[in-house]
Design a protein around this ligand. Structure first.
Ligand SMILES: [Mg+2]
Length: 276
């Protein structure tokens, strides 16, 4: 692995020749995380909205190549938030995937863990009652415990409650995210597996050139997948400046990512005009 500290990753705007060079004559498939990548992080995840230029940027890009939005959110949630019909959407970290032409896939084993998720959801509601600012979010294939708004002294109580409750369920595991702990099915499945699966599904075969953009540690599985055979972009954030990333290039925020996506669309426009 050739991961480097996030701080040392070159800015994409300084490396546009590299972007042009790697995309030239390739059949790109652009995979994008949602929260923190296409949408600024907000305290209340329910209030998250795409950056101003996001819908336009992904629509334009989808006119040139498959665009896939991959999120820890439920599929219907992320699709409604972005509302662009021409895209692929992968919810629950890719456990459920839907394409623009009605393609749909749900991971079978994920369906089987629903009773365990129900049990920990109610157990955690009891354990975390009385801790101010904690957010318990049930999704189709996971339970997220947000502690962004919890007092520093109480965070340990939240995380140990999660670990203790989950320890009773061998079919579940805990994944640490950006100021949250997420309880997911204990499957060999992550955003990297989702990207691999989607690349097979979009039908470009070995010609597919994956581009992936994400901000969080959970995106590193996908960035690893594209490290050797595609282009990885990390959206910088203060909370993980010193953590390693497998991304090739960085942008500072979702607005800059949208600008970069527009620049990529312009490259495709320019190349489409070239005589063949
Ligand atoms: Mg994210």
């Amino acid at each position: 692995m050739t991961a480097q500290p996030l701080e040392q990753v070159p800015h994409a705007f300084d490396e546009l020749d590299l972007v042009r060079g790697v995309l030239w004559n390739r059949r790109a498939v652009v995979c994008l995380d949602f929260d923190g990548t296409l949408a600024p992080i907000v305290d209340d995840p329910v209030a998250a909205r795409p950056a101003a230029g996001a819908s336009g940027a992904v629509s334009r890009l989808a006119g040139h190549c498959p665009v896939v939005v991959i999120s820890g959110r439920d599929l219907v949630d992320v699709r409604e938030r972005l509302g662009v019909a021409q895209l692929w959407y992968a919810g629950s970290h890719g456990l459920e995937i839907a394409g623009p032409d009605g393609e749909h896939h749900v991971h079978e084993q994920a369906v089987d863990v629903a009773p365990s998720l129900d049990a920990i959801e109610s157990a955690l509601a009891g354990r975390l009652d009385g801790i101010d600012g904690v957010g318990l979010e049930r999704k189709r294939f996971s339970v997220s415990v947000h502690h962004r708004a919890v007092a520093e002294d109480d965070v340990d109580a939240v995380t140990s409650a999660v670990d203790e409750v989950v320890a009773e369920h061998t079919d579940l595991r805990v994944v640490e995210g950006r100021e949250l702990r997420e309880i997911r099915p204990a499957l060999e499945w992550d955003k990297g597996a989702a990207v691999t699966w989607i690349l097979e599904r979009v039908g470009l075969g070995d010609d597919a050139f994956p581009v992936y953009a994400g901000d969080d540690v959970t995106d590193e599985d996908a960035l690893e997948v594209v490290r050797g055979a595609g282009l990885g972009i990390v959206v910088r954030n203060r909370e993980r400046l010193d953590t390693p990333t497998a991304a090739h290039l960085a942008v500072d925020d979702p607005d800059q990512l949208c600008d970069l996506l527009d620049m990529i669309s312009e490259l495709f426009d320019e190349w489409a005009e070239l005589p063949t």
